[in-house]
Design a protein around this ligand. Structure first.
Ligand code: ACM
Length: 636
């Protein structure tokens, strides 16, 4: 026993010490489970053979790899052989190999590159790792920046994911993203071994999927007044303002997305949010509401009120489907009939979050339902609704998943829970034997600001990269066997275009990718930051936007007395110099270097800061007005 432990520790030492030596040469996110380095490099020959062990399942992957590796004057041949036929790249799909689902082994030595897996997804992930071992110019989509020889270090990688559910959620309701944009997002996700794209397809601000039996959902529900600025605070639309903003996916569009995602081993999880967040559906079919009124798709004017202080939120108008009406269930049946036929993924997400109850409290129909069904309170009314939805979804051969709130009033018998609030729901749901997917706001909400509000586009909360990297998907007290994995969620109220969606996603989704894939004991923040920086270089070539917020300082502002402010600055990333000014001019590397808490001069108007590394700016020029600092310190 002791001997085995010693051997194990010895092998770990070899793995980690060689990681340290080679960390600059090999930079992979998510960090592979095990890497052992050799001495030397394998250079891709001009006449490269890609051998595939199985034509049916690997032809397409070999074709994509050929496309990526095709540079001027080289020649790539794909052959099918069950043995490694040449000193090139061998993709060896062997269903009986002792390699876990989605796992792979990648070996490079003088005889070439071999990727072995027991599944197609394993081969795919092996290819993603191989691409990270090649120079960054492989990221050039047009193959225009490819030059020199391409070499891969000798290495032996043995890798498999920690969790089977590794997702990102994209809210296509608040702002719409085209099929091509969603495909680009899928391209980016696949490189980091995400395997689920959760599409939030309906909300108060738009219905985004054509339902053939309910045409008004997209004729009416997909369109709203076009507004720009700070979403949620827009002036109410007037009747003369045209509803020109929006869009939707036809079922053929969605098939295209599903097929494209499948080629990248990504499943699409469709979400139709109900009974709350349903204004787009109600604007299309007002009879779905318990409250008679005139409804329009929300264009970003205030709709909900969040009083805070433990008080329940409420709606300014009724944006809920009526749980007391059979018309509602007939509608849901039609929607999920088409969705179940369209999406191959075994789960359908029914939302279930943030249902305002203030109109239900006054509704005679709800009072009658409570009496008839012996429902003691509105939690039980909501639970009655959720259980009926689950029956509909299960009847279509699908499993139902919903946000935390579906626990309120009693969980539906077969439901999975998507945990976004406190871990308590996850603990409780697993205790009751239900599956859980983790996406807590505190670690995974990509709509939150990733740096200081002084420089980030304003959102009501923050989530820095370092915090995202600390995400632990198995909460203490939960049954780990029922935690399927996790995801990060990009809500798009304040995200008007795909460039900004990318900015909000990366690098925090790198952190989530690593948390969900890599063994917990390989996590290392400083090493991760280095690998993030090499991904930035790759994104520069690929033309993908990312946030540099991790380079910008963190402000801690305190009052010393009623007139004096103290500012303490720090950085998430080590090794940066912070230069600053109080005189309104723009600091550079010749300005004072921050070395300890600053006292704000009595009449200063602003503190300006910028970070440098090795004499070059890495952060952005940040301007922190003294008025803002006084507010944060609690001074008038
Ligand atoms: C949510 O963020 N309302 C699930």
């Amino acid at each position: 026993m002791i001997k085995q432990l010693q051997l194990f520790l010895l092998s770990m030492t070899i793995v980690f010490s060689s990681t340290a030596q080679q960390s600059s040469a090999v930079s992979i996110i998510p960090q592979p489970a095990k890497m052992v380095y050799g001495n030397g490099v394998f250079t891709l020959p001009d006449n490269l053979t890609i051998t595939i062990s199985n034509a049916d399942s690997l032809q397409q992957m070999a074709a994509s790899l050929t496309h990526i590796l095709q540079w001027r004057n080289n020649h790539i041949t794909v052959v099918t052989e069950t043995k490694n036929a040449s000193s090139g790249i061998f993709l060896d799909l062997n269903p009986t190999a002792d390699i876990p689902a989605e796992g792979y082994e990648l070996r490079t030595d003088a005889s070439g590159i071999v990727i072995t897996a027991s599944s197609g997804s394993g081969i795919f992930y092996g290819i993603q790792t191989l691409l990270k071992l090649l120079p960054k110019s492989v990221e050039n989509k047009n193959n225009t920046a490819m030059y020199g020889t391409w070499a891969v270090p000798y290495i032996n990688i043995s890798d498999a994911p920690r969790f089977g559910w590794r997702g990102l959620m994209l809210d296509v309701s608040r702002h719409f993203f085209t099929v091509d944009e969603v495909k680009d997002y899928i391209d980016q996700m696949a490189k980091y071994k995400f395997n689920i794209l959760h599409l939030h397809l309906s909300d108060d601000q738009g219905w985004r999927l054509k339902i053939k039996s309910l045409p008004k959902l997209t004729e009416v529900g997909a369109w709203r007044v076009n507004k720009t600025g700070t979403f949620g605070r827009f002036s109410p639309p007037t009747p003369d303002e045209p509803k020109t903003y929006g869009g939707f996916y036809t079922q053929d569009d969605m098939k295209t997305i599903i097929r494209y995602a499948a080629e990248h081993f990504i499943s699409i999880l469709p979400e139709i949010d109900m009974p709350g967040h349903s204004l787009a559906a109600i604007a299309s079919y007002p009879e779905l509401s318990c409250t008679t009124g005139t409804y329009a798709v929300n264009s970003g004017e205030q709709l909900m009120v969040w009083p805070g202080g433990g008080k329940h939120f409420y709606g300014l108008l009724d944006n809920t489907l009526c749980p007391a009406s059979e018309k509602t269930y007939a509608f849901i049946d039609k929607v999920f009939t088409e969705i179940a036929a369209l999406f191959p993924f075994p789960y359908i997400h029914m939302g279930g979050d943030e249902t305002a109850r203030n109109f239900w409290e006054k509704s005679d129909a709800i009072k009658a339902l409570m009496k008839e069904q012996h429902l003691a309170n509105l939690d039980e009314v909501q639970s009655y609704f959720v259980k009926r939805v689950e029956q509909i979804i299960n009847a279509k051969g699908k499993k139902m998943i919903g946000w935390d709130e579906i626990l309120q009033g009693g969980l539906a018998p077969n439901a999975a829970v998507m945990n976004w609030q406190s871990p308590q729901s996850a603990i409780e749901a697993t205790k009751q034997g239900h599956e859980v997917v983790m996406c807590p706001t505190a670690y995974t909400y990509l709509d939150y600001m990733q740096g200081d509000a002084a420089i980030e586009p304003p959102v009501y909360a923050s989530l820095r990269l370092k915090k995202a990297y600390q995400f632990e998907p198995v909460p203490d007290g939960a049954n780990a066997a029922l935690i399927k994995g996790g995801q990060a969620n990009l809500w798009t109220e304040q995200v008007y275009n795909m460039r900004h969606a990318e900015y909000m996603t990366w690098p925090r989704a790198f952190a989530i990718a690593e948390v969900l894939w890599s063994p917990k004991n390989t996590r290392n923040w400083d090493n991760f930051v280095q690998r993030v920086e090499t991904q930035f270089e790759r994104f520069d070539i690929a033309g993908v936007k990312y946030s540099p917020s991790m380079y910008d300082p963190i402000f801690d502002i305190q009052k010393k007395d009623t007139a004096t402010l103290l500012v303490t600055l720090s950085t998430e990333v080590s090794g940066l110099d912070i230069h600053y000014s109080f005189d309104n001019s723009f600091p550079d590397q010749f300005y004072p270097t921050y070395s300890g808490t600053l006292t704000v001069p009595k009449d200063a108007a602003a503190l300006k800061v910028i970070t440098y590394r090795n004499g070059a700016p890495v952060g952005r020029m940040m301007v922190m007005p003294v008025t803002e600092m006084r507010k944060r310190a609690g001074l008038k």
